[in-house]
Design a protein around this ligand. Sequence first.
Ligand SMILES: Cc1cc2nc3c(=O)[nH]c(=O)nc-3n(C[C@H](O)[C@H](O)[C@H](O)COP(=O)(O)OP(=O)(O)OC[C@H]3O[C@@H](n4cnc5c(N)ncnc54)[C@H](O)[C@@H]3O)c2cc1C
Length: 396
Amino acid sequence: MHIAVVGAGIAGLTLGAALSRSGIRCRIYEQAPRLSAVGAGIQLAPNAVHPLQRLGLTEHLRAVGTAVQAIERRQWNDGHVVSRTRLGAECQDLFGAPYYTLHRADLHRGLLELLPRGTVSLGAALTAAVEHNRGVTLRFDDGSTAEADMVVGADGIRSKVRTALIDDTPEPAGRNIYRGLVDASRFPGLVAEPKVRLWLGRGQHVVCYPVSAGRSISFAATMPGDRCSAESWSATGNAEDLRSAYRGWDAELSAVLDTVDEVGLWSLHDRAPISRWSSARTTLIGDAAHPMLPFMAQGANQAIEDAVVLAACLRQNRDRAPEAALRRYEEIRLDRTARVQEGSRTRVPALHGSGSQAAGHTHHEGDTSSLGSRAWLYGYDAERAVEQKEGTNGHT
Ligand SMILES: Cc1cc2nc3c(=O)[nH]c(=O)nc-3n(C[C@H](O)[C@H](O)[C@H](O)COP(=O)(O)OP(=O)(O)OC[C@H]3O[C@@H](n4cnc5c(N)ncnc54)[C@H](O)[C@@H]3O)c2cc1C
């Protein structure tokens, strides 16, 4: 079986690594002419850390990641802590893995190193993927074509592969998000006690955490609006706009924002969950399948789960046409990813306050801060889910 994967983001690279571990050939087609360090920080919970460790990234994650001690939610104006979810040893004990924060580019680099040389074709922008009886023909914007037994769309929220399966478009969330990095040496307190810190106010919030083994602080600041039409990893914003939107906020946060020079700007979009991602020889993973708002910090985590589940389904089915494996992959993944997509949408009022709390600008996190309540999310084992599905099928 030869598999074409479209997109060398976190989803595509994880799938490439998982297929390679299973001895299945794949080629990843990426539109960008080079893979450069885009974006800023990313949070990886145990549900993604476990599969990455099994793929061989244990040491890499330890070297580039920061195992954070807690997620701490603070009052917007004085930094008063309104709730805390302890991670650190508690996370390790409950879920058998740390909760890491890291730079996206460090994760990309680790995944790339797991791939056989020559797996990624750069400057290959897919324009169409056409299924036929014995496989799929891929067409690229330079007029070239390629053949494969099946294709996986790992091409993000504006997936071309998805258009062959479903007629829908990304939905704007009416929110912008500024993201960037600042030098951590100016904020030793934020690194000495590594945490995911959120400052929560009416209609907007900021998330800060250390990345690059504590050398930088990544921040993401939301606000209402729709400043740029497309979601892209490379759109830039104005640092002064960011500062003025957060004027009067807690002094510790303001000190971080005062040092910002370059800032990325995203207009947030997602799509509603759907009931099918696949046809006979085509399927989707990651944001191409289930783009979600970043408010549960799970988009990449879910993409990693998708990749290992899809690779395991294909491995179990390797001598047959892919349709049955794709059906099984969907059955395992659809409900879970829909739950996280919906949860990411409904989390906005909890983060930004609602009703009288919002009017008074005080914040009370409705969510429980107990880590145990997140067992359904962080305690999920993607590979075990495939084994369980296999067991269920064996008994029917
Ligand atoms: C502000 C923000 C904060 C976030 N924070 C977190 C977090 O803390 N934790 C977390 O888990 N998730 C987080 N996410 C979500 C996470 O970043 C995404 O879910 C994840 O990057 C999706 O990966 P992907 O590989 O599916 O898509 P992408 O990263 O979008 O990669 C798609 C790739 O496909 C390529 N491509 C696109 N079209 C084509 C084409 N036609 N031909 C060839 N190649 C193509 C693109 O160039 C790109 O390389 C956040 C998202 C945002 C916006």
